[in-house]
Design a protein around this ligand. Structure first.
Ligand code: NAP
Ligand code: GLV
Length: 312
């Protein structure tokens, strides 16, 4: 019998158990802390932000499914057993959620909504006349599962969409593609609304520092829904205060929750969302996890297996 060891704080485990049992009625679903003992036999972990050291206590775990696309919540555990296969989430629900969030955020910055929220607080009728979408350049950092769906979602509005990835991609109609570290500065210079959809890795941490953020044209905006480590927040704050960057939407932060005394909370033209851009949805995720357990059991590689060398 397939045994699943489930860990998630702040959310009903019953919904997840019901969704998994609907797809696979014969599994054994064990909700933390009722994980039993390693001698109970082989198991798969399905977890989000497990306590450091927890996975190491269960050598019977054959593979770990991340409840999200990101795996930094696992790899930062110093006791994570080496060679434990980690599978990243890649269900349709995550892609749909991110497409909604990116479309909403890009439209808001294009139409000047963050500055209007600031003006509203001051009872200021100051109007903002937005350019036509066809004159707005949206640049997406990351052209993986989420970057691709976000880019395609923006096309029908008429935006000029470009995307940047680590490796070269097959051409996609309507999207200008760039890759590699050498092309990043030119990519940023040509962007009016920059969207971060990158994983947190040694290469992406601090990538958007003062030097790079200053390359954005004056009046540009930023949306970050990848990982908070991408942006040096003090540099972003300084450039927003001096008016070089007109607005930002940040869904992810180096420290979450964002501390209550953090200066970003009071910054004009900044929208803060509490890491909700794309939440894994139980119905689609249950199907994804059970499909991939079947692949592993049949001796095949699962989808979206973490490549430890790349870090995503
Ligand atoms: P993915 O399919 O692995 O795509 C990652 C993309 O980033 C790829 O295009 C990759 O390039 C690119 N990349 C990685 N390192 C790079 C580098 N050094 N330089 C240039 N490009 C680089 O991941 P995904 O499913 O799209 O998810 C992306 C991230 O979104 C996740 O890792 C997670 O952190 C975040 N996320 C956030 C939320 C939220 O609610 N805020 C929800 C889900 C996911 P290649 O294609 O060339 O490899
Ligand atoms: C959410 O942040 C995820 O990684 O899926």
């Amino acid at each position: 019998m397939t045994r699943i060891l489930f860990y998630l704080e702040d959310y009903s485990h019953d919904i997840w158990r019901d969704s998994l049992l609907k797809v696979a009625p014969n599994i054994e679903f064990r909700s933390y802390p009722d994980w039993g003992t390693p001698s109970d036999g082989p198991a798969y972990a399905f977890v989000w932000e497990p306590k450091p050291g927890l996975l190491a206590k269960y050598p019977n775990i054959k593979a770990v499914f991340s409840l999200g696309a990101g795996v930094d919540h696992l790899t930062r555990d110093p006791d994570l057993p080496p060679n434990l296969p980690i599978i990243r989430m890649g269900d349709d629900g995550l892609r749909e959620g991110m497409a909604e969030f990116v479309a909403m955020s890009v439209l808001m910055h294009h139409r000047g909504i963050p500055s209007m929220i600031t003006k509203q607080r001051n009872k200021d009728w100051g109007r903002f006349f937005a350019p036509a979408a066809k004159h707005v350049r949206v640049g997406i950092l990351g052209f993986g599962a989420l970057g691709q769906v976000a880019a395609k979602t923006l096309l029908p509005f008429g935006y000029k969409v470009a995307a940047w990835s680590r490796t070269e991609k097959e051409p996609v109609e309507g999207i200008t593609l760039h890759h590699g570290a050498d092309s990043l500065d030119a990519f940023i210079s040509d962007t009016d609304i920059l969207v971060g959809l990158l994983p947190s890795t040694a290469e992406t941490q601090g990538l958007l520092n003062k030097k790079r953020l200053s390359l954005l044209p004056k009046g540009a905006s930023i949306v970050n829904a990848g990982r908070g480590t991408l942006i040096v927040l003090d540099d972003l704050k300084a450039l927003m205060e001096e008016g070089h960057i007109a607005g930002a939407t940040l869904d992810v932060f180096p420290e979450e929750p964002l501390p209550r005394d953090h200066p970003l909370w009071g910054l004009d033209n900044l929208i803060i969302t509490p890491h909700i851009a794309a939440i894994t949805r139980p119905d689609t995720a249950a199907e994804y996890v059970m499909r991939n357990i079947a692949r592993i059991e049949q001796g095949n590689a699962p989808e979206n297996l973490l490549d430890a060398n790349r870090g995503y």
